[in-house]
Design a binder for this molecule. Sequence first.
Ligand code: ZN
Length: 260
Amino acid sequence: MTGVLAMCTFCHCSEPQAQSSVPVSAAHGPFTSASETGAAAPDSLLAFSRQELLGQFNPAEHEGFERIPDAWTDKDNIYLRSEVLEAYRQMKTAADQAGIQLIIRSATRNFDYQRGIWERKWKRPQYMGWQAIDKARDILTYSAMPGASRHHWGTDIDLNSFENDWFEQGDGAEVYAWLSAHANQFGFHQVYDDKSSGRTGYELERWHWSYLPTAGPMLAAYNQRIDTPDLTNSPFSGAATADSLNILVQFVNGIVLPEN
Ligand SMILES: [Zn+2]
């Protein structure tokens, strides 16, 4: 892919597994795009296969993934990358000690799973008579196209509630305040803010937290190795709209990153 945005990260860490407890700011230093530095691709970019970047694998059979303990999630049989699970374990321990209850509502979703979400929404009766591009744009309010989701990477989790409102009062507000203050120390960051940062793409998601020591290099790898035809040639409804909607730039790179 050409035209890597300024918003795109280019992480120079080659050993994300060793950094699960290191603050993101200390682990990464300033975020700089590959196009700005002109740097050659580090080995870390080659560590991720196209199949991993596009979600075309089964996390249950991937040696780099571990199953999330049942007590931590309301889902059956969901997975994270091992270093992400370890970082989450440390974050959860700290949250527990502060009286904050975290629940993983979603984690790794592969291409087939994301396609299931997408196709279910695509068939909504409310879209009868809509143009494909309008349908896609509406679904993209909160849901990624198959092949373009950070949930493919095993680095991103959805916590506690899929309603932004839930995080505004009572227990939800306490959870959100705790995450906002402490998640970064464990490598997790809320990448979909209210867009006051100027980012594009999905709307505010207070539930979605990304483990940047691994997700940073994965986004850099995605930007190097995946191009629009990888989406438009994929088997899901409305795949052709990925081109005119500029999914790779507007959505895959439509994130906000820590300032330091
Ligand atoms: Zn999410």
